[in-house]
Design a protein around this ligand. Structure first.
Ligand code: ZN
Length: 257
């Protein structure tokens, strides 16, 4: 992964992470299926740490910082989860009725983790504000005119929960307040049912406040409940380390910045 990073601050962060996890993070090409869903990300597979990406794509320092922060949170003891194969398209018995659930589960976890990543990004010069300003103002799906696009993503049973998660993610994002209040108005009038759930999710996120590994899973369950998702879609990360967690490790990592 080192080859992809020009920024010296990020190289230093990568160095500290690799020392902590006792592995190099190596590059791996994403499958086409994956590339349709994700920009890039760090994953573990058969004892290796992988940076999954599209080989010919250039990633911004902000994007790379974001992905490395997910690893830092894991090192700090934040829980990580795996989606049960049963609910994924790889399962031979995969049922259309679960369409969208994998994306929702991922969003639910991200909604609880991303505000911390965004906050640290602001602190260390990797703000995602510009990107979110673009995203929030471009996302016509929230205006209510793109019903079919929503219906393609989620089966009916999970449609409102899926909308709520997308909206909550945007409402918590570092986008400009003016854009977020426009979004809120649109959501209140076009997606009122989803909006009720959004308020609840944002509350759960705020209550999570200062992080403790034990409280994270409770918050995660509440978000699942609010969006009508089966709790068993996720299973604990098989690589998770037992407590005690090295809390506030990132302060040490970030001191290299
Ligand atoms: Zn993320």
């Amino acid at each position: 992964m080192r080859r992809l990073i020009k920024d010296e601050k990020l190289l230093a962060v990568l160095g500290v992470i690799e020392e902590e996890i006792k592995h190099d993070i190596v590059e791996a090409e994403m499958s086409e299926e994956m590339a349709a869903l994700y920009t890039c990300g760090v994953s573990r597979h058969e004892g290796q740490w992988l940076f999954l990406h599209e080989t010919n794509r250039v990633y911004s320092d902000t994007t790379l910082f974001h992905e490395l922060m997910h690893v830092i949170l894991w090192i700090e003891g934040w829980p990580n989860y795996y989606i049960r194969q049963y609910y994924t398209r790889k399962n031979p018995e995969y049922h259309e009725k679960w369409r969208g659930l994998d994306k929702m589960a991922e969003l639910a976890v991200n909604i609880l983790q991303h505000p911390t990543i965004w906050q640290r990004g602001n602190q260390y010069g990797y703000s995602e504000m510009d990107e979110w300003n673009r995203q929030v103002s471009d996302d016509e799906m929230f205006s209510g005119h793109h019903t079919t696009e929503w219906e393609d993503r989620f089966v009916e049973e999970y449609l409102i929960g899926g909308q709520a998660l997308h909206l909550a993610h945007a409402m918590l994002s570092p986008a400009a307040l003016k854009l977020k209040s426009d979004l809120k108005r649109q959501a209140q009038s076009h997606l009122p049912k989803a909006f009720q759930i959004v308020e609840h999710i944002c509350c759960v996120q705020e209550q999570l406040g200062k992080f403790f590994p034990e409280s994270f899973d409770d918050a995660r369950k509440k978000v699942f409940e609010a969006t009508n998702m089966p709790q068993d879609i996720l299973m604990p990360d098989p690589f998770d380390r037992p407590p005690p967690y090295p809390l506030f490790f990132s302060e040490r990592i970030l001191s290299v910045l």
